[in-house]
Write a protein that binds this ligand. Sequence first.
Ligand code: GLU
Length: 494
Amino acid sequence: MSDPKIRVRFAPSPTGFLHVGGARTALFNWLYARKVGGEFVLRIEDTDQERSTEESYAAILRGMEWLGLDWDEGPGAGGDCGPYLQSERLDIYREHIDALRTDGKLYPCYCTSEEIKGRNLAKGEDAFAGYDGHCRELTTEQRSAYEAEGRDPSWRLRTPDQDSTFWYDIVYDKKEFPNSSLTDRVVLKKDGFPTYNFAVVVDDHLMGISHCLRGDDHVSNTPFQIHVYQALGWTPPKFGHMPMILGPDRKRLSKRHGATSVEEFAGMGYLPDAMVNYLALLGWSAGGSGDEVFARTELIKKFSLKKVNSSPAAFDYDKLNHINAQHLKRLEPAGRLRLVEPMLAERGWELDPAWLVPAATTSDYLGRVLNLLGGRFSNLLRVPEQIGFFFSDDFAVEAEASAEHLAGEETKTWLTGLAAKIEAAAPVDQAASVEIYDEAVRAFAEELDIKAGDLIHPCRVALTGTTRSAGIFEVMELIGAPRTVARLRGAAAQ
Ligand code: GLU
């Protein structure tokens, strides 16, 4: 038996930015394709001419590229099943519409949406309850009369009223809808464009899509699409509907909750790998040990459609921050440097050569700073602020840290004393080594008969402005002896 190739697709409508919900759907398709060695198709569903825009199309591609979700076929990548923009496939749709029309499977509908809504309301139903079949059995005379009024028809698919339509959803298992609850939907609009529900079927079939994985907001479209497949004599793909993404308040994720577009997250200093990792956890879990920080390759290895959950997933910004911090920590030093250097260059951070002891260039120096801080960054955008004290004497001192550690008179005498010891231990024009600073601080603490920590805490605030930093002796080495001494004296003089 031949094993048909697995082909999946992401089919966004270019009517807005790449939203995290869409990105998560794209990601699950991509992960599945990469896992099984299948193909991932990108198709742009721009049949809604009023709402589709060029900007949105470009933004979606940028978002996909930033996330690193490369597509095997689609805009820019080519492929045998193109074009991949629905607006360029109108002839293909027309051909299939004509075939259905010839078979008598479609009928013209002359109703306006106002008329349909009005009739629904008059029956005490919701205005958007759906189409009531008004034009289903029009006589030739009735049709001619409507046409004589100058009405252009839309075309609807005649669907069965008896029995039910069902499928075995990859996520929800069996989904079944009585046909009596489904209405004859439009396949060709008055403007001559096919509807989404028609074009999606033609494209998924002609593009050889084996698995249609999409958001669960499409569950209600699926039975009608199955009717379209049946009318065209085609076998539907497997369907899998991905759970909804909610905000922390368990309401559908929206702008109210904060950033929702992928590009916003990019601008907020998140790493694409972290975003991909976090999005993968929205509705899917790897199971097992509980560790949720995965490199892209690990995600591909672990991903399984069987573990996609049907309950809605809540977007948790704290968890995203945590995962981002973990990815920053896991970066190779060279990778971290590559990300941070342009940010500093943009801010015009060029070091005075005096700072470069003990490094040869600004880049070497920055590399040492980043290595020292290792993974202590939660977000790329905060890095310049977090490393500012390595580049300038004009750095912010946290008020609370200062009040707690630098206010006492005794502390000030300690800092003045320590400055003198360091000046003596290390030639002032040199960086000195970690050991020399370490010894100087510990010996002075002993002399004062206090714990080394009691001296190190105020020293850290004086040198870095915060209570949390990397090893203080390494900091001293990097900023150099003259600055260490000056900052200790400066803090004592406050
Ligand atoms: N174009 C549809 C949307 O953006 C997706 C259709 C589908 O995946 O079937 O919601």
